[in-house]
Write a protein that binds this ligand. Sequence first.
Ligand code: MLT
Length: 248
Amino acid sequence: MRADVLFGAAEAVPADVAGRVVVVIDVLRASTTIAVALANGARAVIPLASAEEVVLRSKSFERSEVRLAAERKMLAVPGMDLGNSPTEFTREALDGKTVLLATTNGTGALLAMQGAREVVVGAFVNFSAISVLLRAALRGGTDVTLVCAGRDRQYSLEDAACAGRYVRFMAKHYPALTYNDAARSAAVLERRYADDLTRLFIDAEHGQALREAGFAADLEICAALDAYPVVPVYQDRQITKIGPDRER
Ligand code: MLT
């Protein structure tokens, strides 16, 4: 069995994801925001390519049923209900609503994952929930690909470290696992930050940029390991959570 890492969604070719369980990782902040939204009662999150698409798609909903969320270069797009800060995605704001979401990196990465057997959204806040699914996938004979969204098509330290945490979990539970050099590198990197995610976000360019832009509270949420134990599954063009109210 294989578990491979891609350090950017743009690297993905159909052979990288075909028939596999794919985890899209965008720790700062889309993966975290999506997990928080579903844990806080959002009915679904629909990833879209742009704020314009969010507005267009909203016309097929009753206004009271939907929340418009879009972010560009870390900031909320004017005219939206929400940006991409997980602090905004509260139960009061979202319970039972469908979130239409467009972000600079994360939603584009999800939209690029065509042909996978299953696409899930991974971060630190739902690490263990996703890890259980990955262990079951390997035991069931399905290979895994971890896709880092990256930032503005560049390597992302925090996404790679999160991917490395998943690789180390799978390697521990599946000693026969084989993986690519990117997965091996991510696992080595993860050892550097394993128990100090605050340090990771201090070192990461994106973490520094978010802190300078006034989003320090977001970094605390994004570093809260297993704080939102949901499995967001991207299927039929929407992301919903696996759970008692949803058959796999
Ligand atoms: C993302 O895709 O997560 C965003 O572009 C990054 C952010 O919200 O800061």
